[in-house]
Design a protein around this ligand. Structure first.
Ligand SMILES: Cc1cc2nc3c(=O)[nH]c(=O)nc-3n(C[C@H](O)[C@H](O)[C@H](O)COP(=O)(O)O)c2cc1C
Ligand SMILES: *[C@@H]1O[C@H](CO)[C@@H](O)[C@H](O)[C@H]1NC(C)=O
Ligand SMILES: *[C@@H]1O[C@H](CO)[C@@H](O)[C@H](O)[C@H]1NC(C)=O
Ligand SMILES: *[C@@H]1O[C@H](CO)[C@@H](O)[C@H](O)[C@H]1NC(C)=O
Ligand SMILES: *[C@@H]1O[C@H](CO)[C@@H](O)[C@H](O)[C@H]1NC(C)=O
Length: 531
């Protein structure tokens, strides 16, 4: 279809050739004139076609739908950079450079404008339910460029308070036959100050373009929402999350030190984020009773809620915690949900890489020799194999979180709307699904609707012993093995509001998010037709 479109535009610019009409004077000069006219016309045609070629090439290459990104750019990067980390740096470097010339790849034609993929979260309307997950842009170097690829959520980070080098290289490994990765970065980070500086620069540039000036006051105007865009993403209908984690040499068992690490990060990064994501250890100290395990986590999350209240911005960021798929025992899941309710954080990002090694896909497939050793590398595994686990975990978290705070679960807490989508029902249309998973059930549960900025009021409530009129429905983002629109729809149907991708983007290239959204629309149409 795209080729056809290109062909018609070319035909329009180059109509079928007509004989050249030349004035006849003296034979010789006429011949010379004719020759030069032909030359001129030729030059004109060559010149035009060159310009046109460049223009069309530009339109094609910068369009995220162009298949060149999948078939050329991604394998080429892999070939040129045998090391996964080098390839990643090259990729983001290219994105940055192209952006500075205004020729970065971007989603064209505003496919989200029709609103068919919109999702309501935190009192805001997201233009679509796709996000990019943590680790793609650890340093906050390319959030704008990533947003241009079409997601409604971009997660920057993880960022540690002080800079730390992470593990020795190599620390990223590819399993191309599986479209999978193994990484043991160990949270390499330039530190909160450096990342905050970059994000501040981005806001100030935006303020300048808006005509507010480039000083602190201009920055504050944008952060306070006067430009009419979310202060993190700086783009309507989209949000930027920033993930914070503790330094490696901060002991997990020193709760006060962990709190200080998170507070430090929030102090620097909080005002540039729409969402603060906290990487937490789930409560699982053997020998401790469930409640004893939940307590430290609740304290840590409460301290993040407190720190966010201090953020110098009119509307404060919301807070989500990211949990590991390996911490999936009943006690761990319920412990995390309890801490989420007790602390007043706004949601959970379900999924991550896994320490386990899933069976290769398709079933019965034997890994090529070159990959058989790689799969033994230590680190977190990510890839399409993770999808079913992520889906199952999302369902569990949805159910558990919808039960509300545990203390009152058994008695008077009102259960959420019965019949809310669990993903088991046959899908009708995407709108139905999104509504049932987010809007319908969400609104009925929302008393004081969560919004960017509502954290403050809500945490006051949270300090009181679990009132019945407790805050809004907790939001879930899903990450882990999501590669296509069908899966994205499935995971949203299971109760997530956003489907996030990382590894699929590495193997699929910059057009991946546009493709996933297109597939979601196609699936929704098919579902409507078959009804
Ligand atoms: C190279 C790499 C680096 C990552 N870095 C982080 C990180 O800093 N923080 C984090 O929470 N998750 C990190 N992740 C996990 C991803 O955010 C994502 O949750 C995981 O890869 C599963 O999603 P996927 O199957 O779409 O890749 C990283 C993943 C990869 C592959
Ligand atoms: C922890 O590590 C960072 C750098 O990696 C260093 O600056 C800091 O001093 C260390 N802190 C302690 C308590 O060792
Ligand atoms: C992040 O959380 C995981 C457990 O979910 C924990 O093992 C890890 O130490 C945490 N990392 C940091 C840097 O806090
Ligand atoms: C996610 O997995 C990585 C290992 O790939 C680990 O270092 C990190 O702590 C995990 N985060 C959470 C929240 O479990
Ligand atoms: C989506 O991806 C999964 C996992 O790779 C695959 O099994 C499934 O067939 C894909 N669905 C579509 C419609 O492409």
């Amino acid at each position: 279809m795209r080729t056809l479109h290109l062909r018609t535009s070319i035909a329009r610019v180059f109509p079928p050739r007509r004989p050249l009409l030349l004035p006849t004077r003296h034979a010789s000069t006429a011949a010379t004139d004719a020759r030069s006219a032909v030359t001129r016309t030729k030059n004109l045609i060559y010149g035009t076609s060159l310009t046109l070629g460049i223009l069309l090439g530009y339109l094609y290459v910068t369009d995220t739908r162009a298949s060149i990104h999948q078939w050329l750019v991604t394998p080429a990067l892999r070939l040129i950079y045998p090391d996964g980390e080098d390839a990643h740096h090259a990729g983001t470097g290219v994105l940055k450079a192209l952006y500075s010339f205004g020729i970065h790849p971007r989603e064209r034609g505003s496919p989200d404008a029709s609103g068919d993929l919109e999702v309501e979260i935190f009192g805001q309307t997201l233009s679509n339910p796709i996000g990019t997950s943590a680790g793609i842009d650890k340093g906050g170097e390319v959030p704008t460029q990533l947003l241009a690829l079409g997601p409604a959520i971009v997660e920057v980070g993880g960022v540690t308070p002080l800079p730390q080098p992470g593990n020795p290289k190599p620390r990223v490994f590819r399993l191309p036959s599986q479209n999978a990765l193994i990484n043991r970065y160990g949270f390499n980070s330039e530190g909160a100050e450096m990342v905050a500086m970059r994000l501040r620069h981005r806001v100030r540039e935006f303020a300048y373009h808006m005509g507010y000036g480039i000083d602190e006051e201009a920055e504050q105007m944008v952060l306070d929402g006067e430009a009419g865009v979310p202060p993190g993403s700086l783009t309507p209908g989209r949000l930027m999350a920033v993930q914070i984690t503790k330094n490696k040499n901060t002991s997990e068992h020193d709760i006060e030190a962990v709190k200080r690490d998170y507070s430090f990060c929030v102090k620097y990064l909080g005002k540039y984020a729409d969402i603060i994501v906290v990487n937490v250890s789930s409560p699982n100290t053997p020998g401790l009773r469930a409640l004893q395990n939940v307590e430290p986590l609740t304290h840590i999350l409460r301290s993040v809620v407190q720190a966010v209240k201090q953020v110098e911005r009119k509307n404060k960021p919301v807070i989500m915690v990211k949990v590991s798929p390996d911490e999936d025992s009943e006690e761990q899941v319920s412990g995390i949900c309890e801490a989420v309710w007790a602390s007043g954080v706004d949601g959970v990002i379900v999924g991550n890489t896994t320490m386990k090694r899933p069976d290769p896909l398709p079933k019965g497939f034997l890994l090529p020799k070159s990959e058989a050793n790689i799969v033994l590398e230590q680190g977190g595994y990510s890839g399409p194999q993770m999808f079913e686990r992520t889906l199952a975990l999302v369902k569990r978290y949805r159910k558990m979180l919808d039960h509300g705070p545990k203390q009152i679960e058994s008695s008077e807490f009102e259960k959420p709307v019965s019949g809310h989508s669990t993903g088991d029902e046959p899908s009708s249309s995407i709108i139905d699904k999104l509504e049932s998973s987010n809007t319908k059930a969400g609104n009925l549960l929302n008393s004081a609707t969560s919004s960017i900025g509502a954290s403050t009021e809500r945490s006051k409530e949270d300090a009181a012993p679990a009132p019945k009129t407790h805050g809004s429905r907790k939001v879930i983002f899903a990450t882990g093995g999501i590669t296509n629109g069908t899966q994205a729809r499935e995971i949203l149907g299971a109760g997530a509001s956003v489907a996030m991708v990382y590894t699929a983007l590495i193997y699929g290239g910059v057009g991946t998010i546009t493709r996933i959204k297109e597939e979601m629309r196609d699936d929704a149409k098919k579902a409507t037709k078959s009804q």
